[in-house]
Design a protein around this ligand. Structure first.
Ligand code: NDP
Ligand code: 8X3
Length: 256
């Protein structure tokens, strides 16, 4: 039987790769994001796969009313939700705490934390009703160790780690799996967003080593989602081979 999968933030990066991974015949893939044109492009691309159904939901995850309206509309089009991937998120800025931009802090807290909660609050009751489902929370190595100037971004990802553990406990009686995927450095639009379009600064983050690719994260999600009903990966931290943890990366290793 095909699965119905909701992926937040599927207009680029991990979400897009995860949407591609689930776009197989029989599945219904619901993709969300703010960039309407991209959403439509992704839908068109995914629909090339025969038998896949793609539904788009265009909203800002920071806006509770928009989230509630979008999921209410989605519920008129789908009759179940097998998988929710809480992926939409961002880092904004990289500053020492006393110099931080409060607007950046609010964007990260509102998106990575409150947005994730708004979606989960709407979708978890559907899974409870079904007595089944699988929620993926995209955390980060930044939710395991803090790094210099990462302060508020790290705090949001530590919160995702806490919520992942909390959801696993709360949803346990209903047969709902909860899995955190905590990637390290991966080259997507993430650093471009963090550095507000500064391509040079974004590229420099990944200079001298091969970071994770979005497809690697999609592979991990697909693996966890394919496990037998009695098996749940609770927490999966993954980095590229050149990275040990949130602040230890070896660059230009071949030159050492
Ligand atoms: P991208 O910038 O490539 O993708 C982010 C996605 O989130 C986009 O689809 C974007 O869509 C969506 N998004 C952001 N803000 C909002 C919002 N307010 N409302 C709705 N959607 C939103 O980055 P990644 O793919 O790398 O990041 C995905 C997740 O992975 C994030 O939670 C990030 O923190 C996490 N992560 C990233 C790592 C990395 O190194 N790249 C490592 C570890 C974790 P749109 O702009 O269209 O709204
Ligand atoms: C993204 C990884 O190290 O750029 O969560 O914060 S990092």
């Amino acid at each position: 039987m095909g699965k119905t999968v909701i992926i937040t933030g599927a207009t680029s990066g991990f979400g897009l790769a995860i949407a591609r991974r689930f776009a197989t015949g029989g599945n219904t893939v619901c993709i969300t994001g703010r960039r309407l044109e991209r959403l439509q492009q992704v839908k068109d691309e995914l629909e090339q796969v025969s038998g896949v159904r793609v539904i788009t939901a265009n909203f800002d995850i920071r806006d509770r009313a928009q989230v509630e309206a979008a999921i209410a509309e989605l519920k008129t089009k789908i009759d179940r939700v097998d998988i929710l991937v809480n992926n939409a998120g961002l880092a904004a800025g990289l500053s020492s705490i006393e110099e931080g931009d409060v607007d950046d802090w609010e964007a990260m807290i509102d998106t990575n934390l409150k947005g994730l909660l708004y979606i989960t609050r709407q979708v978890a009751p559907i899974m409870k009703e079904q007595q089944s489902g699988h929620i993926f929370n995209i955390g980060s190595t930044a939710g395991k160790q803090v790094y210099k100037n990462g302060n508020v971004y790290c705090a949001t990802k530590f919160a995702v780690d806490a919520l992942n553990q909390a959801m696993r406990i709360d949803l346990l009686p209903y047969g709902i799996k909860v899995t955190a995927i905590n990637p390290g450095l991966a080259e997507t639009e993430f650093s471009l967003v963090r550095f507000k379009g500064d391509e040079g600064r974004a590229k420099a983050v990944y200079a001298g080593f091969e970071p994770l690719h979005a497809e690697d994260i999609a592979d991990a999600v697909a693996y966890c989602a394919a496990l037998p009903a009695h098996v749940c990966i609770n927490d999966l931290t993954m980095t590229c081979t050149a990275q040990a943890n949130a602040s230890n990366v070896v660059r230009d290793a071949h030159k050492i």
